[in-house]
Design a protein around this ligand. Sequence first.
Ligand code: NAD
Length: 419
Amino acid sequence: MTYKVKDIKLAPQGKRAIEWVERHMPVLAAVRKEFARTEPFKGLTVGAALHVEAKTAALARTLTASGAEVAITSCNPLSTKDDVAAALAKDGINVYAWRGETTREYYSNLNRVLDHKPDILIDDGADLIFLTHTKRTELLKSIRGASEETTTGVNRLRRMASEGALKFPVIAVNDSPAKRLFDNRFGTAESTLQAIMGITNTLVAGKDVVVVGYGFVGRGIASRVRGLGAIVTVVETDPIKALEAVMDGFRVARMNDAARVGDIFITATGNINAIRGEHIRRMKDGAILCNAGHFNVEIDIEGLARLATKRREVLEDVEEFQLRDGRRIHLLAEGRLVNLAGRRSLGHPMEIMDMSFALQALSVEYLARHRGELENWVYDVPPEIDRRVAELKLKSIGVELERPTWEQIRYMKSWRMGT
Ligand SMILES: NC(=O)c1ccc[n+]([C@@H]2O[C@H](COP(=O)([O-])OP(=O)(O)OC[C@H]3O[C@@H](n4cnc5c(N)ncnc54)[C@H](O)[C@@H]3O)[C@@H](O)[C@H]2O)c1
């Protein structure tokens, strides 16, 4: 076992954080109990690039309890919790991650994971998978498949597959209803708002908040921020999503117009430069900019820097850019996903990651079991896995499903309806 973490002495603190979340992740615990008996990963190595924090540690420990050797690094240079990384190392897991990695260190750590010659990959953003297809192609033959956690990663992989460039099967965990509906929507909303308020101590009620992108993430953020009393404007490029936002009761505007009114801007598009210089020029003094999308490309930080005459860190995770006319624009967590990259950001609530990581564990078990049977393609999570996770979750919170009668089952299967 090898590791590279910031400070191994932080392990006891990380252990407490992991124990706390594990007590609140009953779905993953049920999967772990089953896997401890069946050992689906015996003799296999799982390489992972995920946000190295307490909930992810619960997934890594589930995999090792299921017979796997695990090597893990972070999928973002700022999202590692150093105490959790230390605790994982103490627990015998190969971990290469610390908060504040340089770009070079980030890629070295991805390579360190690949040095373990993984049979299966778990990725978040597809950087690890991409590396196997570009610089570490010697590994392509032995990799049985991978699972991908987020929208940006899945979009990237679908483009690879459609060009015939994907060299092993991938399961799009992100696209399963049990992930998108709960993790992207509710999880990102709560954790993003927690992070913004935790970093800035700002009042949200009565503020003008601009949500850029009204997909699963944006929709969740818009609804929760409205719940806190904000006046919400949505910016969208897709006519259906824009109309959905209108009918959900939001003001919808172009970025140029929204830029003038916003006190807080939150991007969630998965796209590049959704907020750029021409918008920043119109913003109010004191505007706060942050990003909830996967990569730090949604806010044009270079454009912002070009407009500024001065920049300085005014608070932990808050950088102030002073424009020529004296207006100040505040950027949170370097424009990286604010709910994980801030020093005090907690990431998604544990009950949410309970479901997402149960989906991950069951999806990679599916890959292990179906070796050689899948094409080099991006697959949806098998519906029986989705259903199982939802049922386990309902059971864990004591909610019972209505059972259809035989008459109802027959009726729904029949085409001879009516009188
Ligand atoms: N922070 C987190 O913890 C977290 C969690 C889940 C997903 N994500 C990331 O959040 C991003 C969004 O995910 P999603 O599941 O909501 O994706 P999605 O595809 O459902 O939604 C993205 C929306 O943005 C819109 N859009 C694209 N370019 C735009 C632009 N220039 N201006 C305005 N709107 C634009 C699209 O039309 C789409 O409706 C992705 O990068 C994803 O990986 C982050």
